[in-house]
Design a protein around this ligand. Structure first.
Ligand code: HEC
Length: 234
């Protein structure tokens, strides 16, 4: 832990840490009650530093806005908080509105293909079959700067993403050369940075050029999959 990070901790956490350090493991048993109080203080100070979850500020002209607004509650969460392969210190969590079984199937195929290529196993390679997504499929990827304490709560639960990258499977004919996907990028200030086809002059360098590399997987990378239940208690 560097000094800046240490200084940014609440005083109560630092003090209880210091007290525990001074008491030491030998004395801790004798001072059982005090140690317990310290732990309670630590727990409650953790609670008070918890970042609150805020609804994502979608711009009004976001396509499929009505159902996308509730994505945290109504979509299936496909991954844990993952460190993105392509961005330094960048965390992602992925959700899907439907076709989660397809995502899981394609993820398994991606892993199988990876292993088959590694082992030069032509037979296994022949069995690889990716399934495309249905019209109306929406995949939302939340992005988190992992070093920021403002987006992830003290237990490491992702709360307020700094941006959303979204892929929407539009009707046949929207962009047949690129799988009919629409790409969107929205920042946490509610700014639409990109919205359109993979060939759109803004979308192409930002999204399209990279996702075209996985055309065989219907342009979806499927790099991560963790079966996570989305249902909330409340
Ligand atoms: C440099 C390559 C690159 C660029 C540019 C890029 N992506 Fe991705 N995208 C990936 C990779 C790789 C993944 C898999 C997860 C990961 O490692 O981040 C991914 C994952 C996704 C996912 C989750 C579904 C999946 O493919 O697994 C969505 C949605 C997505 N990207 C949308 C976008 C949008 C929208 C843009 C443009 C604003 C964009 N991406 C730009 C490489 C890229």
């Amino acid at each position: 832990m560097n000094l800046v990070r240490l200084l940014s901790l609440p005083v109560s956490v630092l003090l209880s840490g210091l007290v525990l350090l001074l008491v030491g493991p030998g004395l801790a048993a004798a001072e059982g009650n005090d140690a317990e109080k310290q732990m309670m203080a630590l727990a409650s100070s953790k609670k008070s530093t918890k970042v609150k979850e805020k609804p994502f500020p979608f711009p009004a002209d976001t396509p499929s806005l009505k159902q996308m607004k509730e994505y945290r509650k109504t979509y299936t969460r496909l991954t844990a908080l993952q460190k993105s392969a392509l961005h330094w210190n960048f965390g992602i969590v992925t959700y899907i509105n439907k076709g989660e079984d397809r995502f899981q199937h394609n993820y398994n195929m991606y892993v199988k293909e990876f292993e088959a290529l590694d082992e030069d196993d032509d037979e296994a390679l022949e069995e690889i079959e990716f399934k495309p997504y249905d019209v109306g499929t929406i995949i939302v990827k939340e992005q988190y700067p992992l070093e920021s304490e403002h987006h992830i709560d003290i237990e490491g639960v992702p709360l307020n993403p700094s941006a959303l990258s979204i892929m929407i499977k539009e009707k046949k004919g929207y962009d047949p050369e690129n799988g009919d996907w629409r790409y969107l990028q929205i920042t946490s200030s509610g700014t639409m940075v990109a919205n359109g086809k993979a060939s759109d002059p803004v979308v192409k360098p930002l999204c399209g050029e990279c996702h075209i590399n996985v055309k065989d997987r219907d342009y979806v990378y499927h790099t991560f999959f963790t079966k996570v239940m989305t249902k909330k208690k409340n």
